[in-house]
Design a protein around this ligand. Structure first.
Ligand code: BGC
Length: 787
């Protein structure tokens, strides 16, 4: 674990009080700015030193061949990898000819602050050049949440003790040199020189560049313009070349005099628009930014965030670290999805090249629940992206001999990018995860246009897949054999309960939608026979149960497998996937990440309270949490079955995954789904929030470490505020039409702005189950430092 001692704990920001060059890459991910369309890693303004330079555009990738030693039918042969596009962050500084480089001279002070309310990353440094010239440098950067093509930087420099000649050189740079990647398969590949120049021009204080990716044929435009201001004469010149452009401003400044450069950067890309079309598009975006001006962009950013926090904030009393972490998480989730506009949210958002920039089931299962309740338009936008990839998913299903759509395990543009392997190719649950996100979105928002349009099409094509993938056996039970569930340490198993339950919900929801919208059903080619077959399959879905152990096996036969030798596994052999062969993991009882426990979390009604208790206790000692997706789910179920202390520990793990770099790979980008898990653990775990059939219910219960938990949710266009202490919970409808919610299963009518207070019933504590030795979550002692 890398605890960044230099991060201070504050409720509304993340502050790094000195620069640790060994942790540069981690900080670049953590401080990354994005709006879902464009992402800037937090590389230092001057570009060097860096951990990993990164500028990403959602949907811009390069194709790469996927060679196999032994090919097989249906193996995907071409992969998509996110690329580092033109770097517009660069602002190099020269002090009397010496480049500002923190590795040389003396760095007297260095501070960076990410402000969750202002939506900016600011930096302050005091540096003495090797020749003894001291300067004060400050920069504020933003990636605009209101103008999606735009990022901007306000950069200021002033000499401290004596006059100095200062040159600020602002750049656009394509195909920058990247460091060599490590061997961890989760890091993703970094492509060298992915862009070919098509156009470059410099004029006045502006530069525009257009490039094209070679194999994927995507056109990327970037442009910058500047406002330059100083109390002395400033010499400005600009030039461009195939892979870049530079605008330099030079002035001789007296101590206390400040050179200020405001840099506006615009990005655009397209797979169809012409070179001139893209060039003009980025110019137009720049002109919009110039019109708003720096102050205007700052004001728009704050207004956008004020609005977000008013419907999404989570307040936590009793643990300042968790308080900071949940706002940090929400900030990154918003950044990942706010302006994606029918594009996906990748596992790392736009904060790094981890997992090749691919999107997994993580998005629908972990990120969309948060967005559905806090920024519902962003959730709908991701699902519309899935809909736009249906042609590829339908082709893939055809290739696999199946009906409907087989959505990819990992992708950027919609095609399957997982080379053949049992966990990816057979992980069909992604289809039901998408369907689950559709039904949840409609359930919570009541968005009927979406339901009838995008929602119904996704439900239909995924239901068709399940109907063709499973079959009725001689006893009439509907079985889905040979699939991989969420736990990637088991593969190609029969009747994975998570998959079967999620498919059951998918099939039933599709049949219901066909009934609701008969004309639309006709359009989608659904006849009475087909929807009846979905209903039959759902009703006769086989859910295995181990009568002897009185628990649900994760998949048929799982509980009969040999247990993993946990006692003989050393702490440094985790994650197991890097130290043991998959075939051995597959045939033993060892769980990478919540699977049956996730089924209990998402589809709780399918289990009795006693079954939940027994199942949870059974899977705890087998679950190693080699995926960051696990802790939050375990937190929710631990809270539900009465292990509040354990739930608190898991909350801590989900919340600090990136801030403490618990998986040692935050350098490659933040774990967006685990960040979402912080909210899930709090709202779903300690708020006990569940929803179904149009009703949202709560069963609040706080762990000892928290004294209060308060959150706001958007439900059917209204803001609901929930405020929980150890003894009582207050529900307040902040606006909108009356709403009925459930408190521990009992209806609570909410009208106007009249709060309703209900007692929090005590929950019987039960003996804490053990985890595999060495894999116990860190015991969370609430952090109470004053800030
Ligand atoms: C997990 C998957 C997840 C992927 C990307 C893997 O380690 O096992 O469930 O989709 O990471 O986050």
């Amino acid at each position: 674990m890398i605890r960044q001692a230099t991060f201070t704990v504050e409720p509304w920001s993340l502050r790094e009080t000195s620069l640790d060059l060994d942790l540069l890459a981690q900080a670049e991910s953590i401080f990354a700015l994005s709006n879902g369309h464009l992402g800037w890693r937090a590389n230092l303004d001057e570009g060097e030193p860096h951990g990993l330079p990164g500028t990403y555009l959602n949907g811009v990738y390069e194709l790469q061949p996927m060679p196999y030693a032994e090919a097989g039918y249906g193996f995907p042969e071409s992969g998509q990898t996110v690329i580092n596009v033109t770097n517009g962050k660069l602002i190099r500084l020269y002090v009397d000819d010496e480049p500002f480089d923190v590795r040389y001279g003396e760095l007297r002070e260095h501070e960076r602050v990410l402000d969750f309310r202002a939506g900016v990353l600011s930096r302050r440094a005091e540096w003495v050049s090797p020749a003894g010239q001291a300067v004060r440098v400050s920069s504020i950067r933003l990636v605009s949440l209101t103008q999606r093509a735009i990022a901007a930087i306000c950069y200021e420099v002033e000499p401290i003790d004596k006059a100095a000649r200062i040159t600020v050189q602002s750049e656009l740079l394509a195909n920058e040199q990247l460091p060599v990647q490590g061997a961890d398969p989760r890091s993703g590949t970094v492509l060298e020189r992915p862009l070919s120049s098509e156009f470059h021009n410099a004029e006045g204080t502006g530069v525009v560049l257009v490039h094209k990716t070679q194999a994927s044929g995507l056109r990327v435009g970037s442009a910058m313009d500047h406002l330059i201001d100083a109390p002395a004469e400033v010499q400005v010149d600009a030039r461009s070349y195939a892979d870049g452009g530079v605008v330099a401003a030079t002035a001789t400044l007296e101590p206390g005099q400040r050179l200020r450069v405001i840099k506006f950067v615009a990005y655009g890309w397209s797979e169809v628009r012409s070179m001139t079309g893209i060039r003009d598009q980025v110019w137009a975006a720049l002109s919009g930014a110039r019109q708003a001006g720096w102050d205007g962009l700052l004001a728009e950013q704050r207004a956008f965030l004020d609005d977000f926090w008013d419907r999404a904030d989570v307040a936590v009393d009793g643990d300042t670290e968790v308080q900071q972490a949940v706002r940090f998480s929400l900030f990154h989730i918003l950044q990942a999805g706010a302006r994606g506009e029918n594009r996906p949210i990748a596992a790392k958002g736009l904060t790094g090249p981890g997992y090749g920039g691919h999107v997994f089931w993580d998005t629908e299962t972990f990120v969309l629940p948060v967005l559905t309740f806090t920024a519902p338009d962003a959730a709908a936008s991701v699902l519309r992206w899935r809909q736009s990839t249906l042609p590829a998913a339908i082709d893939r299903a055809g290739q696999l001999g199946l009906k409907g759509a087989a959505f990819p395990w990992r992708t950027i543009a919609g095609q399957e990018c997982s080379s053949y392997w049992p966990a990816g190719t057979a992980a069909f649950h992604v289809n039901a995860d998408i369907a689950h996100a559709v039904t949840s979105y409609v359930d919570v928002t009541g968005d009927l246009d979406f339901d009838r349009g995008t929602g119904m099409e996704l439900l239909t094509q995924t239901a068709r897949l399940w109907r063709s993938l499973g079959h009725h056996d001689a006893r009439g039970q509907f079985r889905i054999d040979g699939v991989t569930g969420p736990d990637e340490y088991s593969a190609i198993a029969d009747n994975n309960i998570y998959t079967n339950l999620m498919a059951r919900q998918n099939l039933a929801a599709a049949a219901e939608a066909a009934k609701r919208y008969p004309e639309r059903a006709l359009e989608l080619g659904i006849d009475a026979e087909e929807s009846a077959s979905w209903r039959d399959a759902a009703q006769s879905m086989f859910i295995p149960y181990d009568e002897t152990l009185q628990v649900h096996p994760q998949a048929e036969g799982f509980t009969r497998h040999q247990a993993w030798d946990f006692a003989g596994t050393r702490a440094d052999q985790y994650p197991l996937l890097l130290h043991f062969p998959y075939f051995d993991l597959y045939r033993k009882q060892v769980v990478k990440q919540a699977d049956l426990v996730l089924a209990m979390c998402l589809l709780g009604d399918a289990f009795t309270a006693e079954q939940k208790v027994r199942n949870f206790d059974y899977y705890e000692p087998l679950t190693v949490r080699d995926s960051s997706l696990s802790a939050c789910t375990q937190a929710v179920m631990a809270a539900e079955v009465g292990h509040l202390g354990l739930a608190f520990d898991y909350l801590g793990e989900a919340a600090l995954m990136d801030l403490h770099d618990l998986e040692h790979n935050t350098r490659d980008g933040v774990h967006i789904a685990s960040l979402a898990g912080t909210w899930i653990a709090l709202v779903g775990g300690f708020g006990g929030m569940r929803h179904s059939n149009g009703t949202v219910g709560f069963a609040p219960r706080l762990p000892e470490g928290l004294t209060r938990l308060a959150f706001t949710l958007m439900i059917r266009g209204r803001r609901l505020r929930v405020d929980i202490t150890h003894t009582a919970v207050t529900y307040l409808l902040a606006d909108g039409e009356p709403l009925e919610i459930l408190h521990h299963g009992v209806p609570v009518p909410l009208t106007g702005t009249k709060p309703q207070v209900r007692p929090v019933p005590a929950i019987a504590a039960r003996p804490r189950p053990g985890q595999p030795p060495g894999r116990e979550p860190a015991h969370r002692r609430a952090s109470q430092e004053a800030t």
